[in-house]
Design a protein around this ligand. Sequence first.
Ligand code: ADP
Length: 473
Amino acid sequence: MRVVFAASEAVPFCKTGGLADVAGSLPAALAERGISITLFVPYYREVRVSFPDVKCVGEISVPIGEESVSARLLRLGDTIFVDCPQFFDRDGLYGDEEGEHPDNDDRFAFFARSILEGSRTLFKSVEVFHTHDWQTGLLPLFLKTLYAADPVIGKAAVVSTIHNLAFQGNFQKDRVPRFGLPWSVFTQDGAEFYDQLSFLKSSLVWADKINTVSPTYAEEIKTTEFGCGLDGALVARSEDLSGILNGIDIEYWNPESDDHLGERYGVDDFVEGKKACKRALQKETGLDEDPSGCLFASVTRISHQKGLDLALDPLERRIEKGDQFVLLGQGDAALLSRYESFASHYPGRVHLHATFDEPFAHRVYAGADAFLMPSRFEPCGLGQMIAMRYGTLPIAVATGGLADTVSPHGFLAARAERGSVSGVIEAASKAFGKKSAWRARVREAMRAEFSWRASAQQYETLYRDAAHVAATR
Ligand code: ADP
């Protein structure tokens, strides 16, 4: 079976969040199952700089309004980069310091369509296109309208994965003719969302199968509370909607072989290993080198979703009692400035590193005792799984993928409310004081299965189901 995996970011090329981890590791797990899988990613400036040795395997062009925009297709192993300097040779994947790139609609409509153009020229047939989030959301709509009669890809199925329903890619409706689409698709049951063209909704309507990244989130998004206005569209597709839990790349996220750590450890020697990593993290961040308190940490985008505002007061109470906190994250300026004041008020106990720093993230996962993730909603969440792999117990809210992965090893607040979050932070700190029970819990968390093995099998089944639906249409 040939699958084209369409993602706007993928490790090791470029990353802003969990989608990149998934797109960087799921294709390999599927390839191991015998699936021929090709990943398409934009050739962003940062990819161009880090991966210059690529082979040009084709050229395509796509109409955008009156213009015809061309791109080269560059191959590196099983990845095809779409090289269109006009759209991708600039700073930032989706935006820069000045905000979102103003032409993200053109950029990602182009990307989606160039994947179809590329596939029909590079391959003899394609069984499944697998899209991810709004950035590739127009692909199923393009396929089922503009390419329906194409002999190579016209009969292909589409699986669309929602990694986060909150990001929808809604743009002005004049984009419909600009992207070569007929107005007949712009209806309430189609691509229209409050008089705008919605990239994400298009994928929900035109994909053959839809999934999201945890079973609990797949249920939650059918409700008004979590549906971000798309719950109706999702309920209408509930027969075709499922939840498949993300895995993590357990080779890459492995404390036994992690090059970013000064001291490596496994499940048999984590006590000494984590002690050394904690000391090293304290030293690196200028925290007091005190082994006794619980070192809480968070590695996250700083946004309303991630709920860190709920943790500030409860953390302060713990810091007053001798615990510590390290925050690695960037995002919302107002909340960051509250954490900045927090850090400057408690030097030696609280450290803020407000940037994106992959190597440092590894040292935080390894050196912390407890990992804080009080998300208001969480499609799957990878941080909590990575933390457990490094023997760092998660403190989270019982929502989405957190509800599906954190128990029985970590600590779950019933609701994303200050009181509830405070209760689990207190409980974790208290549990940290009971050394042998804590270590038993760490051991079990490190042994938990978070690889792609089971989920890759479920994706393969989903691909086959989708291909079956497409073959009968
Ligand atoms: P989301 O995709 O919603 O941002 P996830 O938990 O699914 O959240 O994935 C976040 C990924 O991004 C994890 O791999 C995490 O380690 C990483 N990450 C988040 N913020 C940073 C940062 N500031 N520096 C390094 N890695 C980060």
